[in-house]
Ligand binder design. Structure first.
Ligand code: UTP
Length: 272
């Protein structure tokens, strides 16, 4: 029912300069695995096998990552080192990858709209790979796909954040229709603390119905002069229904240095 996952990964990643000068932020590793691979594995765990990646200039490393490297693979063939490539080989055997470029960085909403030719007229998932989500057996996207099967509308993952951090996020207000599930009636992008309708912040996991593309086409630039997905979702919420889902699991904001270090320490202790 949901088969495709879109990864908007065209941003400049300025918070990680100079590391991101010629390398995409999504290729930064948490210990030994790039952020984008964690995102792809989460999508696979939710049963999505068609990956659509929105890239930009200087982002070719992502395409190479999900492709064979004959020379390297020939060199390490038959040695213990081959084991390190098992996960990525499994991904390449199971999933398909397609790419498109966002030519001008006009914001997340615009990046999602740039992915339309890869998605078409069907509901799809969106993963912002710089939000690393870890959950035990049941990944965050997997939880959201199940919810979509019940409600058949757009869903955003939400998390409570401290009030002094709401200015970094899209923030929702809604009516709780079930434990942890909100029908959204208000959404504000990066509000000042005093204007925030709540402390429920949208994080980088979405399920979107395809009517979002037409709405995005008609969405004018909002906060920061960028086309905001939050504005388009607010339109969808007015016309129908958008749900906020308080996911089960842990999220690290790996788009910030502090979150990236926390994620590294956490994963190193837990997985290595
Ligand atoms: P961010 O604002 O966190 O990413 O966008 P950024 O702009 O790369 O980071 P900084 O602030 O300069 O360090 C959230 C997500 O949306 C994507 C980014 O790649 C990231 O995954 N994005 C953002 C795009 O694909 N295109 C855009 O025009 C903007």
């Amino acid at each position: 029912m949901i088969n495709k996952c879109l990864f908007p990964a065209a941003g400049y990643g300025t918070r990680f300069l100079p590391a991101t000068k010629s390398m995409p932020k999504e290729m930064l590793p948490i210990v030994d695995k790039p952020l984008i691979q964690y995102g792809v594995e989460e999508a696979m765990g939710a049963g999505l096998m068609t990956m659509a990646i929105v890239t930009g200039r200087g982002k070719r490393a992502m395409e190479d990552h999900f492709d064979v490297n004959y020379e390297l693979e020939h060199q390490i063939k038959g040695s213990d080192k081959e084991l390190h490539l098992e996960e990525i080989r499994n991904i390449m055997d199971t999933c398909t990858f397609s790419y498109t470029r966002q030519v001008e960085m006009k914001g997340l909403g615009h990046a999602i709209l740039s992915g339309e030719p890869l998605i078409g007229d069907e509901a799809f998932a969106v993963v912002l790979a710089d939000d690393l989500c870890l959950a035990n057996d049941d990944g965050v996207l997997s939880q959201m796909v199940r919810l979509y099967k019940q409600f058949r509308c757009s869903i955003v993952a939400i998390e409570e954040v401290p009030m002094d951090e709401v200015h970094k996020y899209g923030v929702i207000k809604g009516e709780m229709i079930r434990e942890g599930i909100y029908q959204i009636n208000e959404m504000v992008e990066k509000p000042a603390m005093e204007d925030a309708p709540s402390n429920l912040a949208i994080i980088g996991r979405y399920i979107l119905t395809p009517d979002i593309f037409d709405i995005l086409r008609n969405t004018t630039p909002g906060v920061g002069g960028e086309i905001q997905i939050t504005d388009a979702l607010m339109q969808q919420a007015k016309e129908g229904c958008v749900l906020g889902y308080k996911f089960k699991g842990k999220r690290f904001d790996c788009g910030s240095i502090a979150g990236f270090i926390d994620a590294t320490n956490y994963c190193y202790k837990k997985f290595y």
